[in-house]
Design a protein around this ligand. Structure first.
Ligand code: AMP
Length: 221
């Protein structure tokens, strides 16, 4: 099961990819999480990526492809994976095809989550995350039990540095200009499935699973 989850920032890709990964027992590969880890650790990749991330811009394709080539070559990807936040440009999608061909694999399906942009801005400004365990919250729809504290591990929640309105609007523009064309790229290959991303986390997840199970029962996964 080699899946790609597309969708603008705030569509819920991370949340849904995590659930899909658990359900089908495949790793979730979030390039945003990998980059944030690299920035936190101060690695060479992190030092190169941080200024792009804080401006809401994309990290250059060659860096992203090196990162993904290394990650997909690990043993835990042998039965499949769900990519969340990659590819984000047509050259990344083309590079991914080459990486997978070298591994004797190919993408099976691309799920694209659709959410209206004003709702995305609302969701992203209300988003908080746990810097220790990575759990996500939304101050309006999914607040922690105790204000500012992670329910799972007790750490103090933070707002991502790119979740401020100016950067959010920039990220949405970047998505429209550079990532949305991937829908056409994958539609042309017959791999694209649109998913309505509006609703509760559980409702959206049920839609995704219904779609994936239908593909599975057709022998397409
Ligand atoms: P995300 O957590 O997926 O929203 O990613 C956060 C930031 O990491 C993005 O705004 C980009 O700066 C960077 N990033 C993550 N994935 C990619 C990618 N595939 N290509 C370029 N930049 C990326």
């Amino acid at each position: 099961m080699h899946l790609i989850l597309l969708g603008p920032p705030g569509a819920g890709k991370g949340t849904q990819a995590q659930r899909v990964a658990e359900r089908y027992d495949i790793p979730q590969i979030s390039t945003g999480d990998i980059l944030r880890g690299a920035v936190k650790e101060g690695t060479a990749l992190g030092r190169k990526a941080v200024s792009f991330m804080d401006a809401g811009q994309l990290v250059p394709d060659d860096l992203m492809l090196d990162l993904v080539r290394e990650r997909l070559g690990r043993d835990d990807c042998s039965e499949g994976f769900i990519l969340d936040g990659f590819p984000r440009t047509v050259p990344q999608a083309e590079g991914l095809e080459k990486v997978l061909t070298d591994l004797g694999e190919s993408v099976n399906h691309v799920l694209s989550m659709k959410v209206d942009s004003e709702l995305l801005v609302k969701r992203l400004t209300a988003r908080r995350v746990c810097p220790d365990c990575g759990r996500g919250y939304n101050l309006q729809t999914q607040p922690p039990n105790k204000e500012g504290i992670c329910d799972a591990c007790g750490a103090s929640l933070i707002q991502r540095s790119d979740d401020v309105e100016k950067t959010i609007r920039n990220r949405l523009k970047v998505y429209e200009n550079q990532t949305a064309p991937l829908e056409g790229f994958y539609r042309g290959k017959g791999l694209l499935h649109l998913i309505d991303g509006v609703g509760t986390i559980g409702e959206v997840f049920e839609r995704m699973v219904a779609g994936l199970d239908a593909l599975n029962s057709n022998g397409e996964l």
